[in-house]
Design a protein around this ligand. Structure first.
Ligand SMILES: *Cc1c(COP(=O)(O)O)cnc(C)c1O
Length: 210
């Protein structure tokens, strides 16, 4: 146990591949934050669930030809890793919706296959992303390498926490450390996560798609 109050960590239910009925079930258990990875799939569910008071988080890779939809159909984007994408989200977000909450995704294990920026790029990207009027820079997100030992995930989370504290010490008003999934949420929370993104532990195994 981390000894932290339960309400200090936001739970985002990552519902990719799950049918709307599964989201409704979680909603009836008071779940309000849902995360999706694929734009078209998310749009379908958002149509079905239009009357539910859901906060939608986009957690998948952001393609530049999808930024307009993402900018206006979601409240949060966790996976920004280029200023070009940030700039498009900013330009395309309708101002009357209020600022879009964004996190910068860090490739914390320097995996060639993963999206996200290197920690060395963070100072520049953080400065850049803070200049957009329709975006609100909220914090950092990471997905540590899968299949590594729990201790290596913990080390990755600790590096994230240090980078986060360093930005705060430099005057950034960020409050979100988006880390922890079904397999590693305990160490993520112990290392200071403020938001966990949980799929299989809520919904069971992902359904086959396509
Ligand atoms: C699928 C996904 C999750 C949830 O993963 P689980 O291991 O099922 O909890 C969290 N974050 C991102 C970015 C994902 O793509």
């Amino acid at each position: 146990m981390s000894g932290r109050p339960l309400d200090s960590v936001c739970l985002v239910a990552v519902s990719k591949t799950q049918a709307p009925e599964a989201l409704i079930g979680a909603y009836q258990n008071q779940q309000r934050h849902f995360g999706e990875n694929y734009v078209q799939e998310a749009l379908g569910k958002q149509r079905v669930l239009a009357n539910y008071r859901i906060t939608w988080h986009f957690v998948g890779p952001v393609q530049s030809n999808k930024t307009s939809i993402i900018a206006n159909q979601f409240s949060w984007v966790h996976s920004v890793d280029r200023l070009k994408i940030a700039s498009r989200l900013d330009q395309q977000r309708r101002p009357e919706l209020g600022p879009l909450n964004v996190c910068l995704q860090i490739n914390i294990d320097a995996q060639s296959s993963k999206s996200g920026i290197a920690l060395e790029q963070l100072p520049d990207l953080a400065a850049g992303i803070s200049g957009y009027r329709n975006l609100r820079f909220r914090g950092l997100m990471a997905i540590p390498a899968a299949g590594e030992s729990p201790e290596s995930a913990r080390a990755a989370f600790r590096k994230m926490r240090e980078a986060f504290e360093c930005l705060r010490a430099n005057g950034y008003c960020i409050d979100t450390l988006s880390m922890g999934m079904s397999g590693d949420l305990e160490s993520a929370i112990q290392e200071g996560s403020t938001l966990v993104r949980i799929g299989t532990s809520i919904f069971g195994p992902r359904r086959q798609t396509g």
